[in-house]
Write a protein that binds this ligand. Structure first.
Ligand code: ADP
Length: 400
């Protein structure tokens, strides 16, 4: 069986994204987003092939949202029998998973065991897996981990300089996230460069609401900016990224509780905390253009931290085939790309002003000045990467 109909499921703590697509030639047949699950006002929005929005019953969770999506698919004649396979995004695979995995009881137990490392995300991912298992007990299911691509990090890149017992007893180390996106970017960049992914060395900057940068050496992730949790590294929409670890006890001694510090660094910091205006880069760019000084500062801190990290990633490479921008900000903000590259002239990285302002709408577009190292804009597509992995693991065939 070559052509498959796949469900791709991305279950967040209070949301569920569901895509129905074909594989290996990837075509989206339908897409849904359920939000505010578990609250009094859950909603279900269909994004493809038509736009529709409805309320779900108060208190509806992942299972109810999934049933509602499947009922719509059935009504619309898009999925009238079980799918051929289901692919799930799973945030944390710890050290147990170096690749995506066909789900069985052992895999589910290992995902459950990783919940201590991702207490909000892994239980939601498991809820998505259990809901589809209940509905389609005979359908093969695949878990695709955000962390798996970074399991190739060398020891020097993943250890924190803290007592070794923390690693041994509690798994405290750097894991990295956004691996599915960075892997997609590697494939696309290799395609643009017309060389095999295994021989490609890039720095990939995924800049969405969460942001991370990864060094890929000969097709393997060798350093990345996120760590034990997705809080480390770059400035993000509402996350601080790196701060002095001394900040924790500084605040604790001034009466802040651990929970309050956690919320402050995860939900009230980053672009939002710095600007006092918004977590959204588009809004901040417009405010900065209107002369809002704090918004302008937030964009500058974001770009400087990013440039600093791109510089740090160079330490893991012996050659740079391309620097890639992706994610909502990376793909759409000429200002962020220009302000970031302004710090990186020492590496010979230089933008072409026109192509940076108007990159070709393509799978990969070069925005560098001629004769300088490639700088690319590549749209990320985590759903397609999950679909290709699901196809590979359920048919035994390599995807194209
Ligand atoms: P998520 O991580 O939730 O998937 P996205 O990858 O969609 O998020 O990225 C969201 C970010 O992309 C927001 O900060 C948004 O303002 C930014 N963005 C989208 N379009 C533009 C644009 N034209 N200019 C600047 N920023 C943009």
């Amino acid at each position: 069986m070559d052509q498959q109909h796949l469900l791709i499921i991305n279950a967040g703590s209070s949301s569920l994204k569901l895509t129905l697509a074909t594989a290996p030639d990837y075509r989206i047949l339908a897409a849904f987003l359920a939000e505010r699950l578990g609250t009094d006002t859950p909603t279900l929005n269909q994004k493809a092939p038509q736009n529709a929005s409805e309320s779900l019953a108060a208190g509806s969770g992942h299972h109810e949202a999934l049933e509602a999506c499947l009922a719509r698919l059935n009504d619309q004649g898009l999925l009238t029998r079980a799918p051929d396979a289901v692919g799930h995004r799973v945030v944390h695979g710890g050290e147990a998973f170096t690749d995506s995995a066909l789900i069985d009881d052992q895999v589910t137990a290992a995902i459950d065991a990783c919940s201590t490392l991702a207490p909000l995300h892994n239980p939601a991912n498991l809820a998505g897996i259990r809901a589809t298992q209940a509905l389609y007990p005979d359908c093969p299911q695949v878990a695709v981990f955000d962390t798996a691509f970074h399991q190739s990090l060398p020891e020097a890149a993943y250890h924190y300089a803290v007592p070794r017992a923390l690693y041994r007893d509690h798994g405290v180390r750097r894991y990295g996230f956004h691996g599915t996106s960075h892997r997609w970017i590697l494939q696309q960049a290799a395609g643009w460069l017309e060389q095999p992914a295994e021989g490609t060395s890039i720095i990939s900057a995924h800049l969405g609401n969460g942001c991370s940068v990864t060094a890929v050496r000969d097709g393997r992730s060798v350093d990345t900016s996120m760590g034990l949790t997705p809080l480390e590294g770059l400035v993000m929409g509402t996350r601080s990224g790196d701060v002095d670890p001394g900040l924790f006890d500084f605040l604790l001694r001034r009466g802040y509780g651990a929970e309050a510090i956690h919320d402050m660094l995860n939900r009230e910091s980053g672009l939002l905390g710095l600007s006092g205006v918004s977590h959204d880069m588009r809004t901040l760019t417009e405010a900065a253009e209107d002369g809002h000084e704090q918004a302008d500062l937030a964009v500058n801190v974001f770009c400087f931290r990013l440039a600093r990290y791109i510089g740090a990633m160079m330490a893991s490479l012996d050659r740079l085939d391309a620097l890639v921008f992706t994610g909502g900000i990376g793909e759409n903000s000429p200002l962020v790309r220009q302000r970031t590259l302004a710090h990186l002239g020492i590496f010979g990285l230089t933008l072409d002003g026109d192509s940076n302002r108007h990159p070709e709408p393509a799978e990969a577009a070069g925005i560098h000045a001629s004769g300088t190292p490639p700088v690319l804009v590549i749209p990320t597509d985590e759903e397609q990467m999950i679909a290709l992995d699901t196809h590979r693991l359920t048919t035994g065939r390599r995807s194209p």
